[in-house]
Design a protein around this ligand. Structure first.
Ligand SMILES: *[C@@H]1O[C@H](CO)[C@@H](O)[C@H](O)[C@H]1NC(C)=O
Ligand SMILES: *[C@@H]1O[C@H](CO)[C@@H](O)[C@H](O)[C@H]1NC(C)=O
Ligand SMILES: CC(=O)N[C@H]1CO[C@H](CO)[C@@H](O)[C@@H]1O
Length: 346
């Protein structure tokens, strides 16, 4: 190449690089601007949430990440005047979170932690039984549980993979068990809402011959298929319980410590590096909590099935309406999986 041509080429390359850079920065700035204005809307919208009754809200998985952010936003917006129950494994984290909630002034307001290891269905049974015994009603059931310790399949004594147990089966069982308390809220003409913070609209085709991924387990199949399980099962819940709101949310890329418990060091570091690279387009758990709370409060105004995106708005893309056959098949599979522990002698 002549030096003339190569200097033209390199100046073109530089210009192209500059153009890409400016475009990327503009994109990020616009995105940030849109986010901040959506956040202001979310914050001010929720400040006006003040029901005439003392709301009862359960945050399953509220000891960290987006669940924590949503619980904190709920406590802030209700000024602590609610019965808030955080369910999870980390008592110390829960107590720290609760200690920072606003001090309530309303009679009956209470903030508490309930221990439950959600990887086992028998633990969930125990927890929901005792909650049902003492709670006359539940207005908001928020589920944000997820855990990743290994990339491969890791079976519990009940024959369920741990990731699937926290992300799907445990959530199903918690919701199904708590329905009587949600119905009691409906009977009192109060909000009754189930809010799954997971991956609405992010699922792909399900392998119907391998529900539960017992034969073809791969991390990528979990990520691709299980979000759709939740899309479908929340639709089925909604059809069976038309007076209750069932909401599935996608929180987007949020900086949480989800990857910190991955046992393999290279994988854990890779996860951290990915989060670092995603920094410009990710949000903090507290910011996400505001969006998620806004989405929950607005979608809970009507009964039925809906989805919420990362800005806390009604999701309009990637809709997947399951057929009756699909809903029934998944329902039967899920009931079977979450009941099998009963026949396992301990
Ligand atoms: C069952 O739940 C009760 C009340 O929450 C708790 O005290 C007890 O330790 C739990 N038992 C098991 C086996 O988890
Ligand atoms: C939300 O979006 C869906 C389309 O995905 C639409 O059918 C529905 O009416 C919308 N709901 C609200 C409350 O705007
Ligand atoms: C759930 C809730 O209370 N939403 C309110 C949010 O704020 C707007 C106005 O700021 C109200 O119209 C909504 O009712």
């Amino acid at each position: 190449m002549s030096s003339f041509l190569s200097s033209v080429a390199s100046s073109t390359t530089k210009q192209a690089a500059a153009a890409v850079g400016v475009t990327a920065l503009t994109f990020l700035a616009l995105r940030q601007h849109r986010k901040m204005s959506a956040l202001r809307t979310a914050v001010s919208a929720n400040s006006s949430f003040s029901p005439s009754y003392l709301p009862v809200a359960i945050f399953v998985g509220g000891t960290g990440g987006i669940g924590q952010g949503t619980a904190e936003a709920f406590a802030r917006h209700t000024k602590g005047n609610a019965h808030i129950i955080i369910v999870g494994r980390n008592r110390v984290a829960a107590e720290t979170i609760i200690s920072k909630f606003p001090t309530p002034t309303a009679e009956g307001a209470k903030h508490e932690f309930v221990y439950c290891d959600l990887t086992l269905m028998k633990n969930i049974e125990n927890t929901t039984k005792s909650l049902l015994e003492r709670l006359p009603r539940v207005n908001f059931l928020v589920l944000s549980t997820a855990s990743v310790t290994k990339i491969g399949r890791e079976e519990t004594e009940e024959g369920i993979d741990k990731k699937l147990a926290t992300f799907y089966y445990g959530r199903f069982k918690f919701i199904n068990d708590m329905l009587p308390a949600l119905r009691n809220a409906v009977a009192r003409d109060e909000v009754a809402s189930v809010y799954c913070i997971a991956a609405a609209g992010r699922g792909k085709t399900i392998d119907w011959d391998d529900l539960g991924l017992k034969k073809t387990y791969r991390f990528v199949s979990v990520r691709q298929q299980v979000p759709r399980y939740l899309d479908i099962i929340t639709q089925e819940f909604s059809i069976q319980n038309p007076a209750i709101s069932f909401i599935h949310a996608w929180p987007g890329t949020v900086r949480t410590n989800l990857g910190h418990s991955i046992e393999s060091t290279p994988l854990r570091l890779t996860f951290k590096l990915m989060m670092l690279l995603a920094y410009p387009v990710s949000m903090s758990y507290a910011q996400s909590g505001e969006y998620m709370l806004h989405g929950m409060l607005s979608a809970s105004k009507q009964a039925g099935w809906s989805r919420i995106d990362e800005d806390g708005k009604n999701m309009t893309k990637n809709e997947y309406i399951a057929s009756e056959e699909e809903r029934k098949k998944l329902w039967e599979h899920t009931v079977e999986e979450t009941s099998r522990w009963k026949s396992i002698s301990s």
